[in-house]
Design a protein around this ligand. Sequence first.
Ligand code: ATP
Ligand code: MG
Length: 240
Amino acid sequence: ALSLRNVIKRYGHGPKANQVIHGVSAEIADHEFIVIVGPSGCGKSTLLRMVAGLEEISAGEISIGKRVVNNLEPSERDIAMVFQNYALYPHMSVFKNMAYGLKIAKVPVPEIKVRVDKAAKILELGHLLERKPRELSGGQRQRVAMGRAIVRQPQVFLFDEPLSNLDAKLRAQTRIEIQKLHRELGITSLFVTHDQVEAMTLAQRIIVMNAGVMDQFATPEEVYNRPATTFVASFIGSPP
Ligand code: ATP
Ligand code: MG
């Protein structure tokens, strides 16, 4: 499980501090796929970065599994993050890109091979393992970035608009890939997107953020049919 309890974020200190997350609470069950939507600047990335440990929280509590992670380093949190600008190592093969984090974590070599091969199979990258990133299409590179996250076998996956650099067709394909991945591995996921279709098709529940406040946290059907605020109604595009 992943819990946020009254999480607050301020950037800066003293009178110039700018509060951007105003007490967000959410209980996310194991294996749930949660999509976070909301306008630019509403705090989606900040929220993910706090869960990842890339950004300190100003108040409140975040726990992953049974552990409060507030004071844990990103590497200690059992999470993996897939960004929009998935920087792969250009000089390394696909295999090495996927294996790198495990090597750093001192996972034994035979175990690395097993995990990378399994991820490559799921992502249909098996025939590309010896290629360099520049010899791949955008969608294939995105799949390598996901592979790099999968092999870590994290408790929680964090996706920050991972598909926004892809064209419409690739987005749709990769979306299906992500659904398949979630069915097979069942990793608890937080997925940020601007795309309503992506949100509606991927989410088991949706968090609608509005200026640092969680306006609604509910199933896609509920959000669509019974928007909690006029903001949600206008943002999701259903009648108020
Ligand atoms: P987008 O959809 O454009 O990616 P977002 O919802 O991810 O937006 P955040 O990046 O979380 O938004 O930003 C939330 C607010 O916090 C914004 O007002 C932003 O200007 C501010 N902010 C983000 N990072 C910092 C920072 N490092 N220092 C100060 N303010 C920041
Ligand atoms: Mg963002």
